[in-house]
Design a protein around this ligand. Structure first.
Ligand SMILES: Cc1cc2nc3c(=O)[nH]c(=O)nc-3n(C[C@H](O)[C@H](O)[C@H](O)COP(=O)(O)OP(=O)(O)OC[C@H]3O[C@@H](n4cnc5c(N)ncnc54)[C@H](O)[C@@H]3O)c2cc1C
Length: 176
């Protein structure tokens, strides 16, 4: 693996400044379970990894019927698998999470990484599409959102533009 810089940021703005400075040489680091394999294989050789895990709130899950379910993209697969709220109201997400990889992978891997890696075999994607989920994307110039099914441009490719961060997954509320 080639050497690289590492920076843990505590705000999105800090991340955007690093994207501006390093251009395509900067890569987001979430759990690293896809990223480090690509770096070890040298299919990806970033100059700097921008670790988002220090940004408050990006690993939070919240729900109310009016605004629906909000999942910060740094939320781990383990948290989704074991959340009583998801098990009760959004079983398809908890079930998909419980079938992803091994226990060790589920502790590290995030829902955002699963989406951004854009594998056709990604376990979290079908359930999100079936629930009508949207993604909120943040960039230096503002925010945008789109349906999960529109987020993918092909195998291994998403519609995230350079310098953008996948911030949140949003799912409509369910009738009780
Ligand atoms: C042994 C093993 C078994 C696995 N088994 C499965 C499986 O059964 N099912 C499955 O679906 N997957 C599996 N995976 C793949 C992987 O664990 C998942 O895709 C995981 O959810 C990736 O999340 P991560 O946080 O580790 O992403 P990372 O590796 O940190 O990031 C993945 C990519 O997304 C980008 N990225 C991450 N978060 C963001 C964000 N918020 N905004 C912008 N870009 C971002 C990164 O720059 C990188 O390009 C496995 C991997 C391993 C190593």
């Amino acid at each position: 693996m080639k050497s690289f810089e590492y920076r843990k940021v505590s705000t999105l703005e800090e991340a955007f400044r690093l994207f501006q400075e390093y251009g395509e040489g900067a890569k987001v680091l979430a759990g690293g379970t896809d990223l480090f394999i690509q770096m070890r294989n040298r299919t990806l050789q970033p100059k700097i990894l921008v670790d988002l895990k220090g940004i408050p709130g990006m690993d939070q899950v919240s729900y109310d019927q009016a605004s629906g379910l909000r999942i910060g993209t740094l939320t781990t697969i383990h948290r989704l698998e074991t959340s009583p709220l998801l098990q009760e109201k959004f079983g398809v997400i908890a079930q998909a999470a419980s079938s992803l990889g091994s226990y060790q992978i589920r502790w590290r891997a995030t829902i955002g990484g699963n989406l951004c890696n854009a594998s056709p075999a990604a376990d979290m994607i079908p359930g999100l599409i079936s629930l009508g989920a949207k993604v909120r994307i943040a960039g230096a110039g503002g925010e945008r959102s789109m349906a999960v099914e529109d987020f993918f441009a092909g195998p291994g490719r998403s519609n995230l533009q350079p310098g953008e961060i996948l911030a949140e997954v949003q799912i409509p509320g369910v009738a009780t």
